[in-house]
Design a protein around this ligand. Structure first.
Ligand code: UD1
Length: 420
């Protein structure tokens, strides 16, 4: 199995390009199911999750022609509506095909994703929303079987809790439904905005894009015709490299990035003493003279993202003063704590709060990646640890980081992918 070997202690410098956002590309790819014509997608990141979802489309009878970051997806000849366990178990976000398959074909079967390392992650709100739109849903044999033979109808959906995937599934289903769907307590993430703009670009009237109340005027049509979609920059990848600069006390520049999408991370890094030069599509981070502690609570966009919690914890390990990090979205998203402690960090957990007491230095060791973002926190810690850090189980990293070791090497880090 591949692992990353990092020899800590080098400063970073220079600039890199940020890739397209995995979490935006996933719903955009799922939304192509709403069309029976080819759709061109550009700026796709080269990560395993994207390949997995594209493979799922081909298993359903779609075709994908890909050249580097550009793919033309044609779902005109789809002949299956069953998303099998083999794929969904590899990637939970496959559940995003549920809404569009049901809306376009009037029936589908999608394997239940189950829990994952960071929590139970139910999909009850996705199902309730589709039921409110007229779907008959049954859970049998580990599959969600959904039917709406006469099509879906508009409905008022009030989410009990903000859900990114649930909002996305509902928007996609509502686009082909008959009548108006109103989503109250909708997610406001930039990825939701991109999905809405893609669907609005196909002629579907959508009000309240980017707000917590989205109104979709369903077309009642069988299919949509999409314009080309350019995937937005990955705000989590960008935030991770900002943390790499902060922890190594380096100055680096990120290109092809949208600073507005990472304001919460920028604010926290500023509070820790870093400074920024922000241009329209680039950000330069300058090191803190003395890195200070950080207090943060994860919450929905535009608040501080749970997907950046682990990386900030890595930075906090060597910052001056005790940091308090509270995880509010997922019940088990602290798996990186014990691994960071293996590198010499001093982190204590009480319920969903981690207290990070500063240490003078970290020491290289073998550590194990447990989920996607936890893995990148271990890489960040390895960048400053004395000696050699081997990060194992990096298949988690490969799911969502495009060429992490290549980009970090380009910035001067001593990081190598090894096999064994
Ligand atoms: C998405 C992101 C993920 C990010 C998360 C929160 C993608 C592919 N993934 O995941 O990286 O960490 O948003 O920002 O975009 N919940 C329920 N019932 C549901 C749905 C969700 O209880 O039906 C709960 C979840 O367990 C979690 C919370 O709601 O506690 C938020 O989850 P949600 O926003 O749906 O996350 P994902 O869309 O799975």
């Amino acid at each position: 199995m591949d692992y990353l070997q990092i020899i800590g202690g080098t400063k970073l410098s220079g600039s890199i390009n940020i890739s397209g956002a995995k979490n935006s590309a996933l719903p955009v790819i799922a939304a192509t199911i709403l069309s029976d014509k080819p759709v061109t997608l550009t700026n796709l990141p080269n990560v395993v999750d994207i390949r997995t979802l594209l493979k799922l489309l081909t298993m359903l009878g779609g075709s994908v022609e890909q050249n580097d970051t550009v793919a033309v997806v044609n779902n005109g000849f789809m002949n299956s509506t069953k998303a099998v366990y083999e794929i969904v178990s590899q990637m939970r976000a496959s559940i995003l095909v549920l809404g569009p398959l049901l809306a376009r074909f009037g029936e589908c079967e999608v394997s239940l994703p189950g829990g994952c390392a960071i929590g139970q992650r139910p999909i009850d709100m996705h199902l309730k929303a589709l039921e409110a739109m007229g779907a008959k849903i049954e859970i049998k044999g580990g599959y969600v079987r959904a039917e709406a033979p006469n099509g879906l109808h508009g409905a008022k959906i009030v989410f009990d809790k903000i859900t990114v995937g649930g909002t996305e599934n509902t928007i996609m289903a509502a686009a082909l439904a008959h009548g108006v769907t109103t989503i109250v307590n909708a997610a406001k993430e930039p990825e939701i905005v991109q999905l809405c703009e893609m669907i609005a670009g196909a002629g579907v009237e959508i009000e309240g894009i980017g707000s917590s109340k989205i109104v979709i005027h369903g077309t009642g049509q069988k299919s949509l015709t999409f314009k080309e979609v350019e995937i937005i920059p990955d705000r989590i990848e960008a935030g991770t490299y900002l943390c790499a600069a902060a922890i190594t006390q380096s100055m680096i520049t990120l290109n092809k990035v949208n600073a507005e999408h990472i304001q919460a991370s920028i604010d926290k890094l500023e509070a820790m003493g870093c400074s920024f030069e922000i241009e329209e599509t680039s950000i330069t981070i300058k090191p803190a003279q003395k890195l200070k502690f950080v207090d943060l609570i994860t919450t929905e966009y535009p608040g501080f993202p749970t997907d950046m919690q682990a990386q900030f914890m890595a930075v906090a390990t060597i910052a001056e003063g005790e940091s308090l990090i509270e995880e509010r979205l997922f019940e088990n998203r602290f798996m990186h704590v014990s691994e960071l402690n293996r590198l010499g960090a001093d982190i204590w957990l009480k319920g969903n709060i981690a207290a990070v007491r500063p240490v003078k230095t970290l020491y290289g060791a073998d550590v194990m990646a447990t989920d996607l973002r936890a893995s990148s926190a271990l890489v960040l810690a390895g960048l400053i640890a004395n000696g050699v850090t081997n990060v194992h189980r990096i298949y988690h990293l490969d799911r969502g980081y495009d060429n992490l070791e290549g980009k970090l090497s380009a910035l001067g880090a001593n990081i190598t992918r090894l096999h064994g």
